[in-house]
Design a protein around this ligand. Structure first.
Ligand SMILES: Nc1nc2c(ncn2[C@@H]2O[C@H](COP(=O)(O)OP(=O)(O)OP(=O)(O)O)[C@@H](O)[C@H]2O)c(=O)[nH]1
Ligand SMILES: [Mg+2]
Length: 280
């Protein structure tokens, strides 16, 4: 395994001076981008601000059954299967990424891209814990609201996935979003499979509060079940609310830090990978 140093891992920085050629702009100070879309899309942006990106104004949280479906594609040799892992700050996204690398790493080629606002903290954590060879771990510094880099202008992340695919031909690239709020969710054009991580410590109200991550992710993960008693959270209530908010879409309870529930999460990922690659 290669030595884990900051020198042998790429660290990218987003910002207003990055410029690519693309058909639509986002009203963010000249930051436009290009990517090879399998499907074209448009953004119905109601508001435009000048703080780095624009915000979608949501009419509602959407529903699991009507969520954007995975985009059919066959360019796996250019862009590996991507798993987006989003969720509020501190819910356990990085702990889940580490656990998935450890669980899947022997049987699947894995790479990881972390997103942080102004640091490379999560990348550092994964390097220090030897989640993978350091070369397979990349950090994107988003420099703004994290959801911009996973939904509105995900060109930096797509570029990383393409580069990692060319270098390592991985089966799976795990993309960790920066910690965000309940309004954030991955673009389907970036993530083939979308996991949203919330935690018990946030209170058992979180599933019923909804938001696109809770309602429209392919898999809702509820982490830190070991803390339920400490914070007075009812897991049964969370399960019931999640079921209701997601029209019976899947929810898995885990303890990422202790490796509990990880095989179940991994199984969802692998099944979807096989289905999308036409292997099952
Ligand atoms: N008790 C408990 N703590 C956990 C569990 N999983 C993660 N943690 C802890 O929760 C804290 C936050 O975990 P992270 O994995 O950094 O969370 P994150 O969602 O990646 O955080 P950001 O990227 O900063 O948004 C860390 O101190 C973890 O050790 C768990 O299952 N149980
Ligand atoms: Mg993290």
């Amino acid at each position: 395994m290669a030595e884990n140093t900051s020198e042998n891992v790429k660290f990218l920085k987003g910002g207003p001076f990055t410029s690519h050629d693309h058909g639509h702009g986002h009203g963010n100070g000249g930051f436009s981008h290009s990517h090879d879309h399998v499907q074209s899309h448009s953004h119905d942006l109601v508001q435009s601000h000048s703080h780095g990106h624009t915000h979608d104004v949501l009419e509602g949280p959407g529903t699991y059954t009507d969520r954007d479906q995975p985009i059919y594609r066959s360019d796996w040799d250019k862009r590996a299967f991507t798993v987006g892992i989003g969720g509020p700050v501190g819910s356990g996204k990085t702990a889940l990424v580490l656990a998935l690398c450890q669980y899947l790493g022997d049987n699947f080629g894995i790479c990881v891209v972390t997103n942080d606002i102004f640091t490379k903290e999560d990348w550092q954590f994964l390097v220090e814990h030897k989640a993978l060879e350091a070369e397979r771990l990349r950090a994107v510094e988003t420099g703004g609201c994290p959801h911009a880099a996973i939904r509105e202008d995900y060109s930096l992340n797509i570029a990383e996935v393409r580069d990692l695919t060319e270098l390592f031909h991985p089966d799976i690239v795990l993309l960790e979003s920066g910690g965000d709020n309940l309004a954030a969710n991955f673009s389907r054009e970036l993530a083939d499979y979308i996991i949203y991580v919330i935690d018990v410590a946030g209170g058992d109200k979180i599933p019923r509060k909804g938001g696109p991550g809770v309602t429209q992710s392919d898999l809702l993960v509820i982490n830190k079940t070991d803390l339920a008693d400490a914070v007075g959270a009812s897991l049964a209530r969370m399960e019931q609310d999640a079921k209701c908010m997601r029209q019976d879409g899947p929810t898995v309870f885990i303890q990422a830090k202790h490796g509990l529930g990880i095989p179940e999460v991994a199984e969802f990922i692998v099944q979807t990978l096989k289905t999308q690659r036409g292997e099952s």
